[in-house]
Design a protein around this ligand. Structure first.
Ligand SMILES: [Zn+2]
Length: 420
């Protein structure tokens, strides 16, 4: 699909000209269809298989996690780990750093086949990964080491809140969860990703200047663009703009540079700059706080109801007992699962905004259509509307190309498009 990409785009333009699409009247629907025709039925079936496997895991993983939590409570293991933590350490805050690592190691071991299936097997089966098992496994361990530290700290602070405010913990707890999420969103790309990949300044040249020019034109202080060697892990094109309180970093991966045209790269970077300029990180955090507050409040009510029935049988003392963590986690998992379509919708809406920002900033709808079509390797080309609405966190290639063609129809008079 990749090699013939540029050639195909030229042939699309030729077909559009031949069909009179560009002449007299420009029909955005017809133009969108011309782009979609490039992707063969076989390629579509391949991508659909990949996406559907992801959906199955979206449902399966929470179910397995809930089953594990139930077993840990039923077999009394959680209670034993809490007792061990209490024997080893006096301070309740520090006991989290015994209980949580045991909990995480055990559950991670049980969940390993699923993690392998999702992140290694499926990515290879559908041709998206370039990594051998050894390299993948080392990164898997590193990522788990990070989450072990971060999650232990999160639970320790959460239980401090649970002890201080057993009635209102869900409010402060939601704030804490969002705080951790925000830190991850901000510092992840800046401090965690460099552990896995090398960031170096992008080569000087006209393309880099164009990217920086879009940033400056939209009020973003940026003097460099970084290049990431992500081709060692995957074939996907990607880029990001991250920043915290005035600092910012624009980064793109080598797949994007190698596979897209200069205009395509510019379009992707304009999209990422759009996320930054439109303050999407702060807006996302606000919406997610709202979702967490609702989920945690519901978790609190459900936890108490189950605790009244089963608490004694499981040897649990209350909501602030580390031994009750699997129950708290399982209930929260159910509500977070139910909130998934809402979370996806929030991300989706911001993606559309960044898409439109990119098209407006570059004035180049064809470039946007070019890179949108590339995402057909891992996103369904034109899913049913209900799937687009509730299961997509990013617009489908169809939705993105149509957006670009609609812009073209409204902004460029058809007559100017017909050139000798
Ligand atoms: Zn985006």
């Amino acid at each position: 699909m990749r090699k013939i990409f540029q050639l195909t785009l030229i042939s699309i333009m030729a077909t559009m000209l031949a069909n009179g699409v560009l002449a007299a009247q420009f029909d955005p629907q017809e133009a969108t269809n011309s782009y979609l025709m490039v992707v063969t039925q076989e390629e579509q079936a391949n991508t659909n298989g990949y996406v559907d496997a992801g959906y199955r895991l979206l449902l399966l993983e929470p179910l397995v996690e809930i089953a594990i939590a139930f077993l840990l409570l039923q077999l009394g293991l959680s209670r034993k780990w809490r007792d061990l933590a209490e024997r080893l350490l006096k301070r309740r805050f520090l006991q989290a750093f015994v209980y949580v690592p045991i909990y995480l190691v055990v559950t991670t071991l049980i969940l390993f086949p699923l993690a392998w299936y999702r992140d290694f097997y499926t990515e290879h089966k559908y041709g998206l990964s370039t990594q051998g098992f050894g390299d993948w496994f080392i990164e898997y361990l590193q990522a788990n080491a990070f989450s072990l530290i971060g999650f232990s700290l999160f639970v320790a602070i959460l239980y401090l809140i649970l002890r201080r405010s057993p009635q209102r913990w869900w409010m402060w707890g939601a704030g804490l969860a969002v705080g951790f999420f925000g830190i991850l969103l901000f510092i992840g790309p800046l401090y965690i990703q460099p552990v896995f990949n090398e960031y170096r300044p992008m080569d000087e040249g006209p393309l880099k200047n164009r990217i920086l020019s879009i940033a400056r034109a939209n009020g973003m202080a940026a003097d460099d663009v970084k290049q990431v060697d992500e081709s060692k892990q995957s074939t996907r094109v990607s880029a990001n703009v991250s920043g915290l309180f005035g600092t910012s970093r624009i980064a793109l991966n080598d797949n994007l540079l190698n596979r897209a045209s200069a205009d395509g790269v510019e379009a992707v970077m304009a999209h990422e700059i759009g996320h930054y300029v439109l303050n999407h990180q702060w807006k996302l955090i606000t919406y997610i706080l709202l979702i967490f507050v609702i989920c945690f409040a519901a978790t609190n009510a459900t936890f108490q109801a189950i605790f009244r029935r089963r608490g004694e049988a499981w040897g649990l003392r209350g909501i602030d007992d580390y031994a009750a963590f699997p129950l708290l986690y399982a209930v929260a998992t159910v509500y977070m699962f139910l909130a998934t379509p809402a979370l996806y919708k929030i991300v989706y809406v911001h993606e559309v905004e960044a898409d439109l920002f990119a098209i407006n900033a570059t004035q180049n709808p064809e470039a946007w259509a070019e890179v949108a079509l590339m995402t057909a390797e891992y996103r369904k080309l034109h899913p049913p509307q209900w799937e687009e609405n509730w299961l997509n966190h990013h617009p489908s290639p169809y939705a993105r190309i149509y957006m670009a063609m609609r812009w073209r129809a409204e902004n460029l008079p058809a007559a100017t498009l017909v050139e000798p």
